[in-house]
Design a protein around this ligand. Structure first.
Ligand code: NAD
Length: 256
């Protein structure tokens, strides 16, 4: 379905980003990976799906590095047809204790990076009159949780950016939508499980249960594979007129 298209997924060396990159690669898209840590493993996983893959290690908190990554993608594959703004970090603390540099980093990586990548991707998408911008927001783009001020502010910002991007391109073949996962058991959430286990003297399995019980009626984690399939849907012809939605996959979190 996506043969001949190029997808750039930020923060795709791990977790949800890697899951989405794999799902798009399975549909034939060539992939530009980004993120920290080991890139060779993820590159090999994508290449094994029979598509071309490249990697750029831009730090998504830096506009100049995002510009270099977008140029690299265009030089390597011609243009970016599908942009998945996924890179993100978390920090948990009450507002009065929140480290200022963590606030700045979360806003830069979780929100401002999506603005930069989007503004740089749009001209080529509009020129070909086809494009998909998928912002990995969070259920925290729709509701709040205590001790997550920067994350909730950034993710609400991402949902707002999604709507404006969709509106500004509404008469073109370029769509923009957000994905809002509840709990997904990636390294980002495992850290929160570990903190709960330590604070409450629980085992890893018990801490996972407590985390789910607080928010998710389904008592199940959403998987990167499920989120990948939602991204594939946005890229399909059925997604042509899906514009500006913030689509939850949250086990009932926001239905309560
Ligand atoms: P993860 O920690 O597994 O992956 C994060 C990715 O972002 C990694 O590839 C990491 O290297 C990359 N990254 C971090 N800082 C970066 C930077 N400065 N520049 C470039 N890359 C950077 O986390 P995840 O859970 O897969 O999170 C992915 C996205 O999904 C995030 O935006 C997160 O907020 C969102 N999300 C996660 C959950 C969840 O439950 N895990 C729920 C809702 C939303």
């Amino acid at each position: 379905m996506l043969q001949g298209k190029t997808a750039l997924v930020t923060g795709s060396t791990s977790g949800i980003g890697l899951g989405i990159a794999k799902a798009l690669a399975k549909q034939g898209a060539q992939i530009v990976l980004n993120g920290f840590g080991d890139a060779e493993g993820p590159k090999a996983e994508i290449a094994a799906l029979g598509v071309k893959v490249a990697y750029h290690g831009a730090d998504m908190s830096k506009a100049s590095e995002i510009e270099a990554m977008m140029k690299f993608a265009a030089d390597t594959f011609g243009r970016v047809d599908i942009l998945v703004n996924n890179a993100g970090i978390q920090h948990v603390a009450k507002i009065e204790d929140f480290p200022v540099e963590r606030w700045d980093a979360i806003i830069a990586i979780n929100l401002t990076s999506a603005f930069h990548a989007t503004r740089l991707a749009l001209p080529a998408m509009k020129a070909s009159n086809w494009g998909r911008i998928i912002n990995v927001a969070s259920i925290h783009g729709l509701v709040g949780s205590a001790e997550k001020s920067a994350y909730v502010a950034a993710k609400h910002g991402v949902v707002g950016l999604t709507k404006v991007t969709a509106l500004e391109n509404a008469t073109t073949g370029v769509t923009c939508n957000a994905i809002c996962p509840g709990w997904v058991l990636t390294p980002l959430v495992q850290k929160q499980v570990d903190a709960k286990a330590a604070a409450m003297g629980l085992s890893n399995e018990e801490a996972k249960k407590v985390l789910l019980q607080e928010k998710e009626p389904s008592m199940q984690f959403t998987t990167p594979e499920e989120l990948g399939e939602l991204a594939v849907f946005f890229c399909s012809a059925a997604g042509n007129n899906v514009r500006g939605v913030a689509w939850n996959m949250d086990g009932g979190w926001t239905a309560q």
